[in-house]
Design a protein around this ligand. Structure first.
Ligand SMILES: C=CC1=C(C)c2cc3[nH]c(cc4nc(cc5[nH]c(cc1n2)c(C)c5CCC(=O)O)C(CCC(=O)O)=C4C)c(C)c3C=C
Ligand SMILES: [Fe+2]
Ligand SMILES: [Fe+2]
Length: 333
């Protein structure tokens, strides 16, 4: 109890920084090259010694890939820019509206703009003495979750007077997340004009070596899919997309799986990407455009890509719940 007449303890201002991977500023070769140079120089993403990797990256990849990727980005670019950027911005806005003045909500990107360091500095300058870092990856991966936190801590390393920090844990098996997926999958399936024979969950891949070294990502993806299948009461197939480079990646690969299913006689399929909190190049171009072509060319007749949680009511209910849980210990009692 506070002594009579003692002013109530003031809660310090709390910031919430949601982060995602990042995206180029424009669907043009130069912008994509700058983005890929930053992304693929991250040693959490490509774990090849820089003396070996940088000549390959600068000599080959950054000369060949940006033009191809820019063309893919143009296929999905919207009036508000890259889908990943516009959806992440909408999520931050919706979360701010739900939290009211209790919290300052902002968003940042690990690669490209707006950067994580700049937003941490901004939140601190605007009086946030406590900041929740929320990398929006349900499944933990060193190449996504950890590197987002690294970028924030690199900014803190420059500060004499740091804010206090919490990081959002992975939420791959959190009932709030599974519930949100179930609501959205059911809603989108109900709107289809066909009944899919199979539901495929396509997660972003990573090198097999990362799993062998102890990264929990693969296990997290598998558990999400199992819980989703149990909650939906129907089987969910799992595959890993977006293979990059020559090393062995997690299997089965989404493109091979789509072709194989069609060859095996599956005609109608729905694909969902539970590992992406926002639709992006990897879902809208690789799955919804190219995946569809692959499946139909291999003999399928009906294909539907079910959107990510994005800023849907169910997705925002989940995010609000996860964030409230993390910051609740920060309010003066
Ligand atoms: C959701 C989790 C993700 C993991 C795990 C991940 C690992 C990973 N990615 C690459 C290489 C690339 N990824 C690219 C795009 C991209 N990746 C994710 C998410 C994860 N990546 C997202 C959300 C996006 C889309 C960005 C957008 O602008 O919409 C790309 C760039 C696109 C391209 O040129 O094709 C590359 C390259 C590696 C090597 C890796 C694991 C180590
Ligand atoms: Fe990726
Ligand atoms: Fe891709």
């Amino acid at each position: 109890m506070l002594p009579a007449g003692h002013p109530a303890v003031q809660s310090p201002k709390i910031g919430v920084l949601i982060t995602n991977l990042g995206t180029p500023d424009a669907p043009e070769t130069g912008a994509v090259r700058r983005y890929l140079a930053q992304f693929l120089s991250d040693r959490r993403v490509v774990e090849i010694p820089p003396l070996l990797w940088q000549p390959i990256l600068r000599g080959i990849i950054l000369n060949v890939r940006p033009a191809k990727s820019a063309a893919a980005y143009r296929e999905v670019w919207g009036p508000d820019g890259s889908p990943l950027a516009s959806i992440t911005k909408a999520q931050a806005r919706a979360l701010q509206a739900r939290m009211g003045e209790q919290l300052v909500v902002d968003y940042a990107m690990r690669y490209g703009n707006p950067g994580i360091g700049e937003k941490i500095a901004w939140l601190k300058a605007h009086g946030c003495e406590r900041i929740l870092l929320a990398p929006l990856y349900p499944q933990y991966c060193g190449a996504t979750t950890a590197t987002a936190n690294d970028a924030a801590f690199a900014e803190l390393a420059k500060m004499r007077w740091q804010p206090a920090i919490r990081t959002l844990p992975p939420y791959y098996d959190d009932p709030a997340y599974i519930d949100a997926l179930v609501i959205e999958v059911r809603r989108h399936l109900a709107a289809l004009d066909f009944e899919p024979e199979r539901l495929l969950a396509s997660f972003h891949g990573m090198p097999q070596r990362t799993l062998d070294l102890g990264d929990p990502y693969h296990c997290h993806c598998r558990k999400t899919a199992r819980l989703l299948a149990e909650a939906l009461g129907r089987p969910v197939d799992v595959a890993f997309q977006s293979r990059f480079g020559r090393a062995k990646w997690l299997e089965p690969a989404t493109d091979d799986t789509l072709e194989q299913l069609a060859r095996d006689g599956v005609r109608r399929i729905a694909v969902v990407s539970p590992g992406f909190s926002a639709d992006c190049l990897e879902t809208l171009e690789e799955i919804a455009i190219r995946g569809r072509e692959q499946f139909l060319e291999a003999g399928g007749s009906h294909f539907s890509y079910l959107p990510c949680l994005n800023d849907s009511d169910a997705g925002m209910d989940m995010l609000e719940k996860l964030v409230r849980r993390e910051v609740s210990g920060w309010f003066a009692g």
